[in-house]
Design a protein. Structure first.
Ligand SMILES: Cc1ncc(COP(=O)(O)O)c(C=O)c1O
Length: 372
């Protein structure tokens, strides 16, 4: 059964993206090397930066976390200090990476339903001159909020700090200005808003920062500088690459162009979100986040208070009907998540809403209508 994934990734992909994986390709073959070169060049274009402006890109085998770990463990030197701005599970994951690699770090935490506060960040940085690098999540997939990256980037620039952004679930689906927002490292992965399949992470990096990573890595496989150096000098990966995932990604990049680029994709995701919000509100569901900090990538909905609601049964019944949603990851509230990204369109969201309504009726779940 073909299922639609309303998740933060892996996502529903097009048939043509999947078909791009049907032919075996050699990792040292000229055609593959050319494909990788093209992908890396297109990544810079999508990021709105260029080599001439001093930006580079590299690809790291594995999932998104491998990319984040590669950046964190390569970028922060032994005598440097990382400040992690955390308001969800993915910020906490960066803290864990710093702990494991014994990287000097400080953490400024905010509640999960609050954005990272730029003023508090500026004050914290002023009080801790030892901070050299600042890391923040753009779209905190734990809840679905968007952190104010532009404002935090301006603070980093004014204080001369290196700015690392995990834009895993937003790059390709949200217009962002890497240069204008002073982002030195931006990390994302193949199976998010570019709509490829899982297999690798990638980073867009300011060359002047990347060069400082030389000899600093704490791991062989996740050495960001050497990974880039290998791709740059030989065009090849140091270790076996996810060949077919890269071929799918190349096709996904073409399809993103055909759709009209990031602006058009963002508009479709926003439309999906509008249909979802209107439908879920009508059914009586409550949002976890306040509207003004909620992004359009993924939404957390609170469990209904009616004791007839059982998430496992709700999830399974939706899955049996071909709709895969996502469990919650909140530390203080029971919620589930619905994503708007991937090859899903407003009509698919309408179909999901109809299934939700049917299942609530079947399960005798009564929802309180919101007063607002
Ligand atoms: C913001 C963010 N960072 C990091 C990750 C980790 O990516 P992965 O699960 O591919 O390792 C995710 C995954 O959804 C994410 O949303």
């Amino acid at each position: 059964m073909k299922k639609l994934l309303f998740t933060p990734g892996p996502l529903t992909t097009s048939d043509t993206v999947k078909q791009a994986m049907l032919n075996d390709v050699g990792s040292r073959d000229k055609a593959f090397i050319e494909a990788v070169k093209y992908i890396r060049s297109e990544m810079l274009t999508l990021a709105g930066v260029s080599k001439e402006e001093g930006y580079e890109t590299t690809i790291i085998q594995g999932s998104g976390t491998f990319g984040v770990e590669s950046v964190i463990s390569s970028a922060v030197g032994v005598n440097e200090t990382l400040l992690v701005l955390a308001n969800g599970a993915y910020g906490e994951r960066i803290v864990k990476i710093a702990q494991i690699h014994k990287i000097n770090h400080l953490v400024l935490r905010f509640e999960e339903d609050q954005i990272v506060d730029p003023e508090a960040t500026a004050a914290f940085i002023a009080e801790h001159p030892e901070v050299t690098h600042v890391a923040c999540i753009h779209s905190e997939t734990t809840t679905g909020l968007f952190n104010p990256i532009k404002e935090i980037g301006a603070i980093c620039k004014a204080a001369n700090k290196v700015f690392i952004v995990d834009a895993m679930s937003s790059f390709g689906g949200v217009q962002m200005d890497i240069k204008g927002w002073n982002i030195d490292y931006m990390v994302s992965s193949s199976n998010k808003c570019i709509e490829g399949v899982p297999g690798f992470a990638f980073a867009v990096i300011k060359r002047s920062e990347l060069e400082k990573c030389k000899g600093q890595a704490r791991s062989l496989t996740l050495d960001l500088y050497e990974q880039w150096n290998g791709l740059e000098t030989t065009g090849q990966f140091r270790f076996t690459p996810p060949t077919l995932s890269l071929m799918a990604f190349r096709q996904a990049m073409e399809e993103l162009k055909q759709e009209g680029g990031i602006a058009a994709r963002e508009a479709r995701y926003q439309q999906n979100k509008q249909v979802l919000d209107a439908g879920m509100l009508k059914l009586g569901f409550q949002f976890y986040l306040k509207h003004d900090i909620q992004g359009h990538i993924i939404t957390s909905f609170l469990y209904p208070t009616d004791t007839n609601f059982n998430f496992e049964r709700f999830y399974s019944k939706l899955s049996e009907r071909g709709f895969v949603i996502y469990p919650g990851k909140l530390s203080k509230a029971d919620a589930f998540r619905i994503g708007n990204i991937g090859q899903i369109f407003p009509a698919d969201v309408e179909a999901l809403l109809k299934a939700v309504e049917e299942i609530l009726a079947e399960e005798n779940v009564l929802l309180q209508m919101q007063s607002s």
